[in-house]
Each structure stands twice: as structure tokens, then as C-alpha cells.
Design a binder for this molecule. Structure first.
Ligand code: C2O
Ligand code: CU
Ligand code: CU
Length: 460
């Protein structure tokens, strides 16, 4: 990995993120993403056996621009197979990074060049879709920022990548999952981090407008979040601009951010030097904890929220509800099926979960049909029903959708790619099937995904 080159080329904006972010100097440059072993001090001691794109740092924030081509060569130096997925990007199916479904897994010393033009601006992320449990649990989850064509007028940005690690007393990795966890809510980590730090603090100038991009890239945890210490506003949800007034989450009514989900906040930094804004999380049986702080520095520039230009709507087609055909999906347990056939992509060895009562037979299973076939250009309503007591962040690749209604709560019509289903919840979502291909459709609790709660939807 030519890290130095990337750092030199990263410019001021990327440097401000404190993440060694890559940014494209020219839109036709190809970036090399080298999957490799890494070590990092997550807690007290150096944790080895991590997976990243650097030997000693978290996976970088990848920057692109709406409507500009991106070329990313994934080089695999690991003995295991891989494939890289760009979560939330509505791009061509063959660039989606799903093993066997859209491409063959990438072996050791092999590479694959992904080339796509993001149609939408916003906060997205990337992670492997082969050896998913193993590589994600060991660190390979990174954020992607696709900039708007028109600058909304922030002074700076802050990316926060939230995720847990499962470490023992020596800060060595514990097994990434347990069968008990996989059959229930998932196996939780015991070290919660923001950008791989347990106490992340970032400096931003007093009185400035910061775009805070919060991404949950954890394999299991649904984060309960709120902000303290600043005037703020939620401006985007799962990549897409929020077009309605959302009340800010509070201690008593925190934001539920499931694995795979993102929230963008506009934050007005405090006026007084040293004051900080905290992104606070609540964990079961624990007090609240600041996952990250933004600390005000220098003399206040006294900016005003109203100086921000509203984000432009992404070019997502709005579904025609009166014409829409209904498809139903039920998510639940299964007693059927042996271990999924995941080919070179790592099986957990069990089938616990199902969609429409059928456990996913595996990434590499032959002759597995789609869960639904949608006609390109038509509108559809998908009814998602959770018949299990566990929560499921249900994710659809390649398409964006809007929630219509829930049997349990009022849902704001926020465009998304990942819908968190609560216990006993049924949610109708609507979309226009405008992107042809086989699109993975699964729970983003990776243990659920890898033990049956997966499938795909075909758009023809
Ligand atoms: Cu974020 Cu199928 O994945
Ligand atoms: Cu995805
Ligand atoms: Cu699930």
C-alpha cells in the first residue's frame, strides 16, 4: 500500500477528518485498496490479526463525487477470498461485489477493479461480502463519502465510523460469533469504538458548521444515539437528504441506528473554546457514553445554521403507489437446512434464519432462484414482516426505497436502503425497480445473514 502517496495527495479537506482519508486528485485516477493484515491499539495493547487497507490504521474514508466515475482496484493479499461491496450505492449490478451473484470471489494475490459512477450524493460505506463475518469483525468496514455537485456550505466534516470489537483480556480477538448469538440477537462486541478509538476527540473551529456523518458499520449492534452540547439538525438519512423536519434525538428518545445505517447531522460548534459536542450512545445496563467529541477551538466565527444551502434531492424515482404490485416477505427462524453452501466465502456452519420460511442455501448454492422478480421501471410495494422477537436491519442492494407504514409506529418517509424491523413489526416499503440485476436482500446482522436470512431480488 502506497500510503504516503495517498496522504500527500489527500489535501486539506481529507486531512481534517483525521482518518488518513483518500481523495481523488483527478477523477480518472484508480485507487488501490490493498486488503492486508493490520495491528492497532484498540484498547490497552496492540491488537493483531486485524484486517484493513493499511498495516496500522483503520480502513480510510473513500471520497467520490456525485456523477464522477470512481475506479477502485481491490487487491487481496490475504489467504482468504473476498469481494467488496459498496453499501447504498445504486450502481451497475456487476460492480456490486456480491460473490457468485455478481462476480467470482477474489482469491489471494488476485485483484478486481470496480468502476462506477455514483448517481447519489451522501454517506455510504464499504465492506466485504465474502468472508463477511470474518473480515468485518476484524476491522474491514470503511466509510464512503460522495460529495454533492453543489457545496452545501459546511466549514468542515467529521466522519464517525461506529463499531464494536470482541476482545479478550489481552486485547486479542475473541471468536467473532457464537451459535447462541447467531440464533438470537447476534453476538455483541465488548469494545465500542468510533474510528477505532474508544475516546475519539476531534477539533473543529468554534462557531463553525460541521457536517457530522455517523455510520454504524457494526456486525450486530443497534446503536442508540443522541447529540449533546450543540444546536444540530438531521440533514440526511442513509445517504439521502431529509426533506421533512425531524425532531432531534434525545436521551429519552434516542436515534436507533442499525447496522448499515447512516445519519448526517449539521452541527453548529459551540462558541467557547474548549466546549465540546458529544455523540452519546446508550448501552444496555450501562450509563451513557460519549462515543466521540467535537471540541471547539479558537475564536468563534459565529456562523448560523440558516447559512447552509439545503441538500438537493438525489435522482431517485418516486414510486407510483396506485399501480404498485405487492410482494410479501416474512423474516423468521428456521429448523430446516444444513450449513449454507458459501463456497469460498466462509460459512458459520448453521442455518437458523429464513426469508419466506426458506433459509438461504448459501452464496455458492447452485440453482437458487430469486425471492421476487420485478419488472424494470415498475413500482412495487414490499411488505416486510418480522415474525421473530429479534430486530433485523433489512438491506436491499442497488435500489433505494421509502417506508410507507408500520403496524407499530409512525414512520417518516425517509429514503433508505436499510430498514430496521422491530419485534413483531410489519413495514410496507415502496420502490421503483429501476436498476436491472440480481440484488442481494438480507439482514445486516451478519450472523443472521450468514445463517439463512438472505436472498436476492431480480429486476429484469
Ligand atoms: Cu452492506 Cu449486502 O450489504
Ligand atoms: Cu449493500
Ligand atoms: Cu437479522
Amino acid at each position: 500500500m502506497k500510503r504516503r502517496k495517498f496522504l500527500l495527495g489527500s489535501g486539506a479537506a481529507a486531512g481534517a477528518l483525521g482518518l488518513g482519508g483518500l481523495s481523488l486528485a483527478a477523477s480518472d485516477a484508480t485507487q488501490d485498496l490493498v486488503l492486508q493484515p493490520a495491528s492497532y491499539r484498540l484498547r490497552n495493547r496492540l491488537t493483531t490479526g486485524m484486517v484493513s487497507l493499511y498495516p496500522d490504521a483503520p480502513p480510510p474514508v473513500l471520497y467520490g463525487r456525485q456523477g464522477d466515475v470512481m475506479r477502485l482496484t481491490v487487491r487481496n493479499t490475504l489467504p482468504d477470498y473476498t469481494a467488496m461491496h459498496w453499501h447504498g450505492l445504486r450502481i451497475a449490478n456487476k460492480m456490486d461485489g456480491v460473490p457468485y451473484l455478481t462476480q467470482m470471489p477474489i482469491g489471494e494475490d488476485d485483484s478486481f477493479t470496480y468502476e462506477f459512477t455514483p448517481p447519489d450524493a451522501g454517506t455510504y460505506w464499504y465492506h466485504p461480502h465474502c468472508m463477511t463475518m470474518d473480515q468485518m469483525a476484524h476491522g474491514l468496514t470503511g466509510v464512503m463519502v460522495i460529495a454533492e455537485r453543489e457545496d452545501p456550505g459546511f466549514d468542515s466534516e467529521q466522519v464517525i465510523n461506529l463499531r464494536d470489537f470482541r476482545l479478550d483480556e489481552e486485547d486479542a480477538f475473541l471468536p467473532a460469533y457464537t451459535a447462541r448469538g447467531a440464533a438470537r440477537a447476534g453476538t455483541f462486541g465488548n469494545v465500542q469504538t468510533a474510528n477505532w478509538l474508544t475516546e475519539a476527540v476531534y477539533d473543529h473551529a468554534a462557531g463553525t458548521l460541521v457536517r457530522l456523518r455517523v455510520v454504524n458499520t457494526d456486525t450486530t449492534r443497534i446503536y442508540k444515539l443522541h447529540l449533546e452540547g450543540a444546536e444540530a439538525q438531521i440533514i440526511a438519512w442513509d445517504g439521502h437528504p431529509v426533506e421533512i423536519d425531524l425532531t432531534l434525538p434525545t436521551t429519552d428518545a434516542p436515534l436507533l441506528l442499525g447496522p448499515g445505517q447512516r445519519a448526517d447531522f449539521a452541527v453548529l460548534m459551540p462558541d467557547d473554546e474548549g466546549q465540546s459536542v458529544a455523540l452519546v450512545a446508550k448501552f444496555p445496563g450501562q450509563k451513557h457514553r460519549a462515543m466521540a467529541r467535537l471540541r471547539a477551538t479558537g475564536q468563534s466565527t459565529a456562523r448560523d445554521m440558516r447559512e447552509l444551502r439545503p441538500l438537493r434531492r438525489n435522482p431517485v424515482l418516486r414510486p407510483e403507489l396506485n399501480q404498485a404490485e405487492l410482494h410479501e416477505f416474512v423474516f423468521g427462524w428456521t429448523t430446516e437446512g444444513g450449513p449454507p453452501n458459501d463456497g469460498f466465502c466462509g460459512s458459520l456452519g448453521y442455518s437458523f434464519w429464513s426469508i419466506n420460511r426458506t433459509p438461504w442455501p448459501g452464496d455458492a448454492a447452485q440453482g437458487t432462484g430469486p425471492l421476487a422478480v420485478l419488472e424494470q421501471g415498475k413500482s412495487y410495494v414490499l411488505r416486510l414482516r418480522n415474525e421473530s422477537p429479534n430486530l433485523h436491519p433489512i438491506h436491499l442492494h442497488g435500489l433505494a426505497f421509502v417506508p410507507l407504514k408500520s403496524n407499530l409506529r409512525a414512520l417518516p418517509p425517509l429514503m433508505t436502503d436499510t430498514m430496521l424491523l422491530l419485534k413483531d413489526e410489519t413495514i410496507d416499503i415502496a420502490l421503483v425497480a429501476d436498476n436491472p440485476g440480481d440484488w442481494a436482500f438480507h439482514c445486516h446482522v451478519i450472523e443472521h445473514q450468514k445463517t439463512g436470512l438472505a436472498g436476492f431480488i431480480r429486476v429484469v
